[in-house]
Design a protein around this ligand. Structure first.
Ligand code: CA
Ligand code: CA
Length: 158
């Protein structure tokens, strides 16, 4: 293994270990792991979607993506008590109405949890997928420039 690879493995595993540790300490609500991912809720900073995405990237993570109902409901358990709005990595930027997870580049799959009436298509500014407490954390597309809290997701080392 060359030095660069060893460095990458160390960084990745360190982050993963932090995620596991987080489930055992008093910050339980802020960090947890599920299947092959670890998650971090950012509840003290409200940012626009692009800035939130960049903050997750800076930690080696992405904005959250929901590949299954189990993943969504697990996240819901952590955010349910909070009176907050969260950004996810869902976006239809450049392809109005065709939503994908920016985290993976893949189309939103068979599982969706849209608020009735959402997503609104043809409203030029609403291209980012949000979950708000006042909508019971069902999905809606919103103006990406609005500020909100956000959820990061990273991959646990095998
Ligand atoms: Ca995911
Ligand atoms: Ca909308």
């Amino acid at each position: 293994m060359n030095t660069y690879k060893a460095f990458l493995v160390a960084v990745c595993c360190c982050t993963a270990v932090l995620g596991v540790t987080g489930t055992e300490n008093s910050n339980k609500a802020l960090r947890w792991t599920f299947q092959n991912s670890f998650y971090e809720l950012v509840t003290d900073t409200e940012l626009g979607w692009a800035q939130a995405k960049n903050e997750c990237r800076r930690k080696g993570m992405w904005l959250v993506s929901f590949e299954s109902d189990e993943e969504y409901y697990t996240v819901l358990e952590f955010i349910k008590p909070l009176k907050m709005i969260f950004w996810t990595s869902g976006s239809d930027d450049g392809h109005d109405g065709e939503f994908y997870w920016e985290a993976t580049g893949k189309s939103i799959g068979s599982f969706t949890s849209w608020l009735p009436g959402e997503p609104t298509i043809g409203t030029d500014l609403e291209h980012c997928l949000q979950m708000a407490d006042y909508n019971e954390f069902l999905w809606s597309n919103e103006d990406c420039n609005k500020t909100a809290n956000y959820i990061c997701e990273g991959e646990v080392c095998p």
